[in-house]
Write a protein that binds this ligand. Sequence first.
Ligand code: AMP
Ligand code: MG
Length: 616
Amino acid sequence: MAHLNGSQSKGEHTLQSLPKSSVFTQNLPPDAAFPTPKDSHDAPRQTLGPRMVKEALYTYVRPDAQGEAEILGVSQRALQDLGLKEEEAQTEAFKQLVSGGKILTWDAEKPDEGIYPWAQCYGGYQFGQWAGQLGDGRAISLFESTNPSTGTRYEIQLKGAGRTPYSRFADGRAVLRSSIREFVVSEYLNAIGIPSTRALALTLNNGTKIMRERVEPGAIVTRFAQSWIRFGTFDLQRMRGDRETLRKLTDYTAEHVYGGWDKLPSKLPAGEAKTTHTDVKTGVAKDTIEGSGPEEENRYTRLYRAVVRNNAATVAKWQAYGFMNGVLNTDNTSILGLSIDFGPFAFLDTFDPTYTPNHDDHMLRYSYRNQPTIIWWNLVRLGEAFGELMGAGSNVDNAEFVEKGVSEADASDLVKRAEGIIERAGEEYKAVFLSEYKRLMTARLGLKSQQNSDFDTLFSELLDFLEAYELDFHHAFRRLSNLSLSKLHSDEGRQNSADIFFRNDNLPKDGADSRVRIAKWLEKWSARVKEDWGEDDHGRQEAMRAVNPSFVPRSWILDELIDRVEKKGEREILSQVMQLNLNPFSEEWGWNAEEEQRFIGDVPKYKGMMQCSCSS
Ligand code: AMP
Ligand code: MG
């Protein structure tokens, strides 16, 4: 998992020396109103405001810096992963980069060279309704850079750096409050091994006044990802019937985002039974679904299946770690299966599957329990966008089809085939989801092997009693990690040990139902642990601590951080909390023992399961 990357080599590069590219803009069609960097650069800034942009996947647009930049936070892990030297964060160039103050990769004197910033064009279904063109309304990508020691290429962008053609009615800015939240959570998800877009820096735009429900200071998050393409990027071209742009985008995704058609999952062989198995020893989920693939499965189907599999694995991780995005619209669902676009997200405090962190989500569409279903709903929309290309089967490169699309005579066959593909992908989605979810829960409960009965007797019963007694989801796993099996030999010992699941200020009485029920569960759990570990309880504890974080950036912690940074003007606290955030499996960080314990301790009364509004 990514959190084991402590041994990773330090970055060696400066911003200047880091290899840069613009594969996205080189390979995809620009907004025809500003076809070159020079056209955009020469245009007065306000002409780059909201419009409909067709037959294009981006517009060249420069950041519009506001206020006096003050760097509030830099993620050391992000510097490393990008390949940048630690000292680089102290330079003037870095400040220019993360404030949008200067374009470092383009010079108006040499307009045909270099890399010019851009904003992506996409659409999306929001709360189940088609919402039309959306796009990067406040995000501007600066360039791509490749870390030479890992070969990973990232697209670096600023969120909150001014209006673009995709800003619609809004101001192109981001407030400090939501920027702190995104900065912290994206780095946390990465630290616990959940695929996510990343955050390099948080910059306050001192002196800016952004209008939301109240007036707030503006900020910029410098963020990066292997790709910012969303399901909504495809939805928009499909809804417009723009087959050519859709095909270009799809080819681009396979060739440049997924690393080439040959990297995609292989064809499903025809005619055999379905099997799902997980190699528990290596911890690698190896679920193969065989036998349902039709002969017409073409390369676009393989791409679709790769997207299905990646998203299934990510949502399984969210479920296993109690994370909710809060607004899983198709514009907030990544083609790479990254956690992306952090608005009213939250981690569970107590285990309540109906909880949604989004204050405006009255239907509970984006609740914890619904996330797997909703990601599948989004994948079906993506399947519709891919439908013509997948349904065409081996005809997909036929010149007439490429130019005009399917003939009337072939249309119903094509639709049937596409529907079949999406349906089978649904089975694959479930299989990958379950296999990954079980793998993680197995590890979180300290088991090395999987047994069929684990799901009911251990996972479900644990979640059931956490829900019934409103117990903390994260503490359950972490405190089990630290619990010694020697305490569980007698019924009395097990009943006493049940205390670990409860808040310190709310311990159950001796002989309470909750104690008895949990003691029974502990008995089964310890027997299973012994089967897998024998007498090596120390090894089991270590293994559990490496997958069960003690620190979780819960809503109350983010709120406190916002209050202290924004209202109280504190500056140290952010980097101190980032220590916990980037090393969440530790228990001591050598900062301030009391504060550390407070941040990993019980949620303060009335500060659990808070909700957040979308305004950011
Ligand atoms: P979100 O709810 O953050 O996923 O945003 C949905 C759409 O609204 C995206 O196209 C965003 O770029 C756009 N958007 C949200 N807030 C702003 C803002 N303050 N200025 C411009 N566009 C915004
Ligand atoms: Mg979004």
